[in-house]
Design a binder for this molecule. Structure first.
Ligand SMILES: [Zn+2]
Length: 141
């Protein structure tokens, strides 16, 4: 028998505290069965301020999910209290926007979904970007 599973990919921090909430959000919001996780410490920093080699390495890992599992969306996740990228939430959002633009240029065939996870008393809340916010629009600098 064959069951066709629907996949999405995610580029996220290695921080294990956020994976459960992120995964649940992806399955719910993107209506998929499975989330393939590509993890790296501070992915928003790697993609916003890192070198081309590191960015390409990340993109190539996402491409495995795209080619093998047919993922069409890649969630790009930063989070509060990141050991690898200890900046304010506002700075995370700024880097996330830059990172999304860069990832889009490397993976033009995929839809990039940038999100930020905030730590709350009852766990981690996924905060997607507001679509009307021009900060999230693609702009090359
Ligand atoms: Zn982190």
């Amino acid at each position: 028998m064959s069951t066709h599973q629907r996949f999405a990919a995610a580029v996220t921090c290695i921080d294990g505290r956020i994976h459960e909430s992120l995964r649940a959000w992806i399955l719910d919001r993107l209506d998929v069965d499975t989330a393939d996780l590509v993890t790296v410490p501070g992915p928003d920093a790697v993609l916003a301020t890192g070198d081309a080699e590191g960015a390409c390495r990340l993109a190539n890992r996402v491409l495995v999910s795209h080619s093998a599992h047919g993922s069409t969306h890649v969630v790009l996740a930063s989070h509060t209290d990141c050991a690898a990228h200890p900046v304010t939430d506002a700075e995370h959002r700024r880097h996330l926007a830059l990172a999304a633009t860069r990832l889009h240029s490397l993976l033009p065939e995929m839809e990039i979904v940038p999100v930020h996870l905030q730590q709350r008393d009852d766990g981690w809340q996924v905060v997607p970007p507001v679509s009307s916010d021009p900060e999230w629009e693609r702009n090359d600098t």
